[in-house]
Design a protein around this ligand. Structure first.
Ligand code: PLP
Length: 356
């Protein structure tokens, strides 16, 4: 039996994508060769890269608007340093919103490049909410935020308006909801939650913001060089890019981000309704900032832990324990999670209520 996988990652992908990817490992496009052994310069793989780059922009509504999509390596953690390297001037500064562990990691890297202004932080409240009411200095080189805080289960539902470039880490909610993506100048997302296997990072960048900060940037960290090389500056992570393409095609077939978002809303509503209804549970994040991708919740009485854990394990659920910095439970309900699996969890929560 396939498990109901609530893990926060990596690689929570649709079953069809896993099946097509498995076939491509053995015989890619009926070529008699594996996707893992064809040349990345072959016509077949260049077509994969081109389609993945163009479909990413199409789904985000950014085609023909001065943006480029890249599939790079090094994870979102490398983007933490590539953003300041490419955008911060030698004597410049950047503004950051500190909304969780990953934002903190991005800030740590950016500090290596210049002054960092932390415009707002929810650290004192263990990141149970998104900081609000902050001001972004108009003379900073860019503003950086994290759209979804994977660990704490909070999500930005509004983004500030500012005249400076906006950089956003969308690792854990890319392609899950419709936004005006043209408000962002640089979006990056590790593939391994909503898009593909770990090993590639989608970077979507407005070309006009590049090559303006006067720094000499090592080639592999230079977005402009990757754009010139059409995301093939060095050997790309072929399998991760190919599987990401399969997922993007799956999203398009479903009706695009808007259709996927509708389903994501239904899943999140179902689960949060049970958390709020069931007297045994409480949500970990502030209601107005709740994430529709990572649902964090706690048992009101920790004495029920053993019984609850036995119930969800018996129901074929895996990956439910929360991150150590929050405790309790985290149900990651990425795009590929069917609503039927969410119903299984809700039923288990109800079963606990009737049992204790
Ligand atoms: N940003 C967010 C929001 C994440 O959830 C993660 C990983 O879970 C990262 C960054 C780090 O990504 P990577 O492991 O690709 O470096």
């Amino acid at each position: 039996m396939k498990k109901h996988n609530y893990s926060a990652g990596p690689s929570i992908l649709p079953q069809e994508v896993f099946e097509k990817a498995s076939k491509a490992i053995l015989n890619f496009n009926d070529s008699g060769l594996s996707i893992l052994e064809i040349s990345h310069r072959s016509k077949d793989f260049v077509a994969v890269m081109d389609e993945a780059r163009s479909l990413a922009l199409e789904l985000l509504g950014l085609q023909g608007k001065g943006y480029q999509a890249l599939f790079l390596q090094g994870g979102a953690s490398t983007a933490f340093l590539m953003a300041p390297y490419n955008l911060m001037k030698e004597d410049g500064k950047a503004a950051y919103l500190d909304s969780g562990t990953w934002a903190t990691a991005a800030i740590k890297e950016a500090k290596l490049f210049g002054e960092i202004v932390i415009v707002g932080s929810s650290k004192e409240d263990n990141y149970t909410h998104i900081p609000k009411g902050y001001e972004i200095p108009g003379d900073a080189d860019y503003f950086h935020c994290t759209s979804n805080n994977t660990i704490f289960g909070t999500q930005m539902h509004e983004f500030p308006s500012t005249s400076i470039p906006v950089v956003c880490d969308m690792s854990s909610d890319i392609f899950s909801r419709q936004l005006d993506f043209s408000k962002f100048d640089l979006i990056y997302a590790g593939a391994q939650k909503n898009m593909g296997p770990a090993g590639t990072t989608l970077v979507v960048i407005k070309e006009e913001i590049l090559e303006k900060n006067g720094r000499t940037i090592p080639s592999m960290l230079d977005y402009a060089k990757h754009i010139k090389a059409e995301s093939m500056y060095n050997t790309p992570p072929v399998f991760s890019v190919y599987v990401s393409l399969l997922t993007l095609q799956w999203i398009k077939e479903k009706g695009g981000i808007a259709a996927v978002e509708k389903l994501n809303n239904a899943k999140a509503d179902l689960l949060y309704a049970e958390i709020d209804r069931n007297p045994l549970f409480k949500g970990a994040a502030n209601i107005e900032d709740r994430s529709k991708m990572n649902v964090t919740f706690l048992l009101n009485n920790p004495e029920h832990t053993e019984t609850f854990d036995a119930l969800w394990k018996a129901a074929g659920i895996s990956g439910l324990p929360g991150h150590r910095s929050v405790g309790g439970y985290r149900a990651s309900i990425y795009n590929a999670m069917p609503i039927e699996s969410v119903q299984v969890l809700v039923d288990v929560m109800k079963a606990l209520e009737s049992k204790v």
